[in-house]
Design a protein around this ligand. Structure first.
Ligand code: ADP
Ligand code: MG
Length: 238
């Protein structure tokens, strides 16, 4: 079943065309990775799916509903950022539950959801800690926990691991893969790390200068890239 569809989506900042007609279909439960050079529009695409940037032209649909003009909170998506954006004065439990609190969810229900997310992410011993007393990997887990409690239709990750050291990156990558399987979640994940793209993705979308250059399974892009540009990102040279 199709979870997300982008039809002729365009974005201008002033007179600059940053996204030039992108079409994309994401299935329910699919793990889609966006790769491409810095400035090619990966974050802008994610932000439009999240509703954080306006779409200049085209439509975005989630579960068949046109969400193009919808506010972020009404779309049922959750975004995990590279800078964890945790509230320094709140402990881990309150950080995870914050989005639910502003939605008006009752404390008992909220606590149950936070406890469940903490269990999934192995954060249970850390619920009373403030962010400054956490390691980078633990902070990133809290940021993911904030997304999980919303039970979103789509998880959006914008280079979530790029601030972590190499060892932690590997650990968190496995963690995200486990979550994807465990939750059966639909995930869209931006990275410039080839290993992350190859190991996490069901489908890789290679972006270049605001357009989709090639879409395919990792193995297909690796073995049969359309051109040198794609090969440079994920393929073996043609
Ligand atoms: P990526 O995430 O692939 O590095 P971005 O989506 O952040 O790329 O940016 C794509 C292009 O849009 C870049 O040229 C960037 O400078 C430009 N851009 C992004 N956000 C804005 C903005 N708010 N105003 C003007 N230009 C922007
Ligand atoms: Mg970016």
């Amino acid at each position: 079943m199709e979870r997300l569809s982008l039809k002729d989506v365009k974005k201008n900042f002033g007179s600059t065309e940053v996204i030039k007609s992108v079409n994309l279909s994401v299935d329910d439960g699919e793990f889609v990775v966006f790769v491409g050079p810095s400035g090619c529009g990966k974050s802008t695409l994610l932000r439009m799916i999240a509703g954080l940037d306006h779409v200049t032209d085209g439509t975005i649909a989630i579960d068949g509903d046109d969400v193009t003009g919808m506010l972020p909170l009404d779309r049922g998506v959750a975004m995990v950022f590279q800078s964890y954006a945790l509230y320094p004065h709140m402990n881990v439990a309150d950080n995870i539950g914050f989005g639910l609190r502003i939605q008006g969810m009752k404390k008992a229900e909220r606590d149950a959801k936070v406890a469940e997310a903490a269990r999934t992410l192995q954060l249970e011993p850390l619920l009373a800690r403030k962010p400054k007393a956490l390691s980078g990997g633990q902070r990133q887990r809290v940021a993911i926990g904030r997304a999980i409690v919303k039970n979103p239709k789509i998880f959006l990750f914008d280079e979530p691991l790029s601030n972590l050291d190499a060892e932690l990156r590997v650990q968190m990558r496995l963690e995200i893969a486990r979550l994807h399987t465990e939750l059966g979640a639909t995930m869209i994940y931006v990275t410039h790390d080839q290993v992350e793209a190859m190991t996490l993705a069901d489908k890789i979308v290679v972006l270049r200068d605001g357009r989709v250059e090639q879409v395919g399974r990792p193995i297909d892009l690796y073995e049969d890239p359309d051109n040198m540009f794609v090969a440079g990102f994920i393929g073996s040279p043609k």
